[in-house]
Design a protein around this ligand. Structure first.
Ligand code: DAH
Length: 341
């Protein structure tokens, strides 16, 4: 029995030291130390031994068991560190390999101009309101003093959803004046940029969808001088401190008096050039003092409060600023074009 134990010890330790992975090692543990293992089988025969032999063989058997367990443990930790080393080797990251280049997007040139304008107005204490593009004819026209039968309301000019629904795609951002008056306490200072829609054929200067910016201020004692002062401040931040403006009388149903503002051509300073089509001036926006009828329609006492409003097309401003000759380029979104700005 002693030889048997010695033989098991020699064979098992040799096998364990040669085990090349954790599974093989576990199989050897079962083979020698498991319930039906070789060492266990020998121990089961202890009963046949004499009283003198039993403690001697018992001690040897315990020694062999301890040796085998130690051999398993030390081989297991060797295998684990080998496996870790292999993993570290296979998972190394070569930080010197150049990365895959990411294509960087860029803000659309028109929205660059819009952000610049928003920032100027925010600096002047104005709120920026961005809101619905689907409107009621009542807000797009009636409450702005554009009565039933006015040519601007024609089916041929405006995208109505159905003939008599009174629901349409807004043709201007001016209805935001009404929404602001109805939803906000006075005083109000706001701009409302956004998309507007008209039944226009696409060409170099027209698109059925374009952007406008509406502006409005209502308070006690607001006059035309406030309108001119604000707009002069804005165009000077946009085009430079020496920008010259002029205000011409005009007509809009929702303002009284109404005007249009021109800026002296930033290219030729009034001499006349292709940018201003020889005029020396560039028309920029429509504006005026909010019609008392419009104020009263929104529940504002026009004998106490007054206000100004303006509205202009963003595309035209961006085209001028970046010297882009065709409106269609703004909407095609060809990256090669947009990348230039
Ligand atoms: N909504 C006008 C348009 O689309 C522009 C405009 C003119 C807006 C005068 C105003 C204004 O607020 O006071 O042509």
């Amino acid at each position: 029995m002693k030889q048997q134990l010695e033989a098991i010890r020699a064979a098992a330790i040799a096998a364990m030291e040669g085990a090349s992975n954790a599974e093989d090692l576990e199989a050897l543990r079962v083979q020698y130390l498991g319930k039906k293992g070789e060492l266990t089988a020998v121990l089961k025969q202890m009963g046949k031994l004499s009283a003198e032999e039993r403690p001697v063989i018992g001690q040897l058997a315990n020694e062999v068991r301890a040796k085998l367990e130690a051999a398993i443990e030390s081989r297991a930790s060797e295998l684990a560190s080998k496996a870790m080393a292999m993993r570290l080797m296979s998972e190394t990251v070569d930080v010197t390999i150049p990365g895959a280049a990411q294509k960087l997007g860029k803000q659309h040139p028109m929205y660059q101009v819009l952000d610049e304008i928003k920032n100027i107005f925010i600096g002047l204490g104005f709120e920026v309101i961005e809101d619905r593009e689907v409107e009621l004819a009542e807000y797009n026209f009636t409450k702005l003093n554009v009565e039933e039968g006015h040519p601007a309301r024609e089916w041929s000019d405006t995208f109505y959803f159905t003939e008599d629904s009174g629901i349409l795609l807004r043709t201007q951002t001016s209805p935001m004046q009404i929404h602001a008056m109805e939803s906000r306490p006075l005083p109000i200072r706001m701009i409302a940029p956004g998309r507007v829609y008209r039944k226009d054929e696409v060409d170099a200067t027209h698109s059925p969808m374009f952007h406008q910016i509406e502006g409005m201020a209502i308070d006690k004692g607001i006059t035309m001088a406030d309108l001119k002062g604000t707009l002069n401040t804005v165009v000077r931040s946009l085009y430079g401190e020496d920008t010259v403006t002029r205000f011409r009388p005009h007509h809009f149903p929702f303002t009284e008096p109404s005007c249009e503002m021109d800026i002296q051509c930033y290219k030729c300073h009034g001499a006349g050039c292709p940018t201003c089509k020889g005029e020396g001036w560039i028309e920029v926006l429509g504006a005026g003092m909010i019609h008392p009828k419009v104020l009263e329609g929104c529940g504002i006492d026009s004998s106490v409060y007054s206000g100004w409003a303006f509205g202009f097309g963003l595309e035209r401003l961006a085209l001028g600023q970046y010297k882009i000759s065709d409106l269609r380029l703004i909407f095609e979104n060809d990256v090669r074009f947009l990348e230039q700005f």
